[in-house]
Design a binder for this molecule. Structure first.
Ligand code: SF4
Length: 323
């Protein structure tokens, strides 16, 4: 049985990976959503100075090995998904870091580098399938199915669905409703954050659902198509090296410039190098356009009561400003 950690880039490519592996006929199991136990397992084994999302990733791997008794762990090395940027250095080193922490574990890894062209990127999937014992023609068929479902998922996100709505619709093949979900209420918030920071309900203290329960609607970088965030992130005087930060900055710039949001909530992780740079870039831009911005820093000590108070005060302030 092959285990998939439900952490980090799982929130970007989990659907693609699961569809690919299932269509290869591989018996897969995904770790459960993050819990107190998983966080503790991660803290137990990870280096203290790494960022919290990586610590959580360690916890998921440990859970898969010790509780779900998997034979191997799937752990792709995502180097680059666009030219000329890279992913965060943590993603480049993740398979080695995990192997060092779990020397006995069977880590199934493959390097994905879109800088080398699309052909090489697809070849990585074929190589991965070969490692799992699949034939080339079989892996191409599985990849086509996985790419198709991933494309449908992105289309739903770009049309305004939230992450869970899009996943649900793609998995159940439900039709789109005519309403664009993120324009239903008075207060619209742009939540600028990595997908693993906000869709992990335990780690984010259920931030997105809290916004909904306070009557606000939200939009996230996943709702913004690649060509748009790439264009807006290029407005920075200097090229930003990391793709997922470019996505975050470009999306927020787009919302701000187009007047699509009443405020921005920036969610960052403690000990994240790239996030600490992005924070100042976003604050500058929001200030220039008079858009209020709230920064929330998540770590293992984040508490729900404090978060609720801060979000409530922020939403109240946005409402007063709007009136
Ligand atoms: S971008 Fe930040 S939070 Fe994400 S893996 Fe890199 S250091 Fe960690």
């Amino acid at each position: 049985m092959l285990g998939l950690p439900r952490a980090l880039l799982y929130y970007k490519y989990g659907l693609l990976w699961e569809t690919f592996l299932k269509n290869l006929g591989i018996d897969i199991v995904t770790s459960p959503p993050t819990s107190k136990l998983i966080v503790e397992m991660g803290l137990d084994v990870a280096e203290s100075e790494i960022c919290m999302p990586v610590k959580i990733f360690y916890g998921h791997v440990k859970y898969l090995i010790e509780k779900q008794k998997v034979d191997a762990v799937f752990l792709p090395r995502m180097v680059a998904i666009e030219k000329p940027a890279y992913t965060c250095p943590k993603f480049l080193g993740l398979p080695d870091m995990i192997q060092a922490a779990f020397p006995e574990a069977n880590i199934i890894s493959e390097t994905f580098n879109r800088k080398k062209g699309l052909r090489s990127y697809y070849q990585s999937y074929i190589n991965l399938a070969e490692k799992l014992g699949a034939k080339k023609w079989h892996s191409i068929k599985a990849l086509l199915k996985a790419e198709k479902i991933s494309y449908e998922f992105s289309k739903k996100l770009h049309s305004g669905d939230s992450f869970s709505e899009a996943i649900n619709k793609v998995k159940t093949k439900k039709k789109d409703s005519k309403i664009i979900n993120h324009n239903r209420s008075n207060i619209r918030v742009g939540v600028a954050a990595h997908s693993y920071n906000i869709y992990d309900e335990y780690y984010s203290l259920n931030l997105l659902n809290k916004l909904k329960s306070m009557g606000a609607t939200y939009i996230t970088p996943d709702n913004v198509p690649h060509n748009i965030w790439a264009k807006y992130s290029n407005k920075l005087p200097k090229f930003l090296f990391w793709t997922y930060e470019r996505e975050l900055v470009g999306s927020a710039f787009y919302w701000i410039e187009k007047g699509m949001v009443d405020g921005i909530i920036y969610v960052m992780s403690f000990a994240c190098g790239p996030d600490s740079i992005v924070q100042y870039v976003l604050e500058d831009e929001a200030k220039k356009f008079g858009i209020p911005m709230l920064t929330i820093v998540l770590d293992e000590h984040s508490a729900e009561a404090g978060l609720i108070t801060r979000i409530e005060a922020f939403i109240d302030m946005l409402e007063r400003k709007k009136r």
